[in-house]
Write a protein that binds this ligand. Structure first.
Ligand code: FEO
Length: 146
C-alpha cells in the first residue's frame, strides 16, 4: 500500500495544481519505498529521489508564487514564508543526509507527508477560489497555446 494515498479531499479544484501536488505525493511514495529497502546501495537512490523532490517542490512553489504575484494574492507573504521555511528545513536535512550525519527515518517521512497534506488542505485551498476568480484556468490555457 502506498505511504500516501491521494483522495479528493486533497483536490483544490484547479487541475494543473492538483497534478503538481499528485506528483509530489508520488515522489514522497517513491522516497518511502526506497527507504524501506534499507541497504547501502539504496543511499544513492535515496539521494537522487531527495534531489528530485527538493527540485520539483521548489518548481511547484515557484509556480504558485508567480500566480500570487500576478493576481496580487492578499496572503502572499505568509504563504511564501511557509514555502521558504519548508525548503530551508528539507535542504538542511539533505545536507546532513549527504554528509552521512543523518539517515532518512520514518519520522522524517511522516513530517514530509503531514506538512504537504496540511499545507494543501489549509493553505493552498485558501487561494483556490481567488485564483479561479482571477482567471487561472484561462491563464494556463493562454500560456499553453501561445
Ligand atoms: Fe502547493 Fe503552497 O504549495
Amino acid at each position: 500500500m502506498p505511504f500516501i494515498i491521494w483522495n479528493n479531499s486533497y483536490s483544490i479544484g484547479i487541475e494543473s495544481i492538483d497534478q503538481e501536488h499528485q506528483t509530489l505525493v508520488a515522489m514522497m511514495n517513491d522516497l518511502h519505498d526506497a527507504m524501506q529497502q534499507n541497504n547501502l546501495e539504496e543511499k544513492d537512490v535515496l539521494k537522487d529521489i531527495l534531489d528530485s523532490l527538493l527540485s520539483y517542490t521548489a518548481t511547484h512553489f515557484n509556480n504558485e508564487e508567480n500566480y500570487f504575484d500576478q493576481f496580487e494574492y492578499p496572503d502572499t507573504d505568509s504563504h511564501k514564508k511557509e514555502h521558504a521555511d519548508f525548503i530551508k528545513k528539507v535542504s538542511r536535512f539533505k545536507i546532513r543526509f549527504d554528509k552521512g550525519e543523518e539517515a532518512l527515518s520514518y519520522e522524517i517521512m511522516v513530517f514530509l507527508k503531514d506538512w504537504l497534506l496540511n499545507h494543501i488542505k489549509f493553505s493552498d485551498k485558501k487561494y483556490a477560489q481567488f485564483f479561479i476568480d482571477n482567471g487561472l484556468e484561462k491563464a494556463i490555457t493562454d500560456r499553453l497555446t501561445s
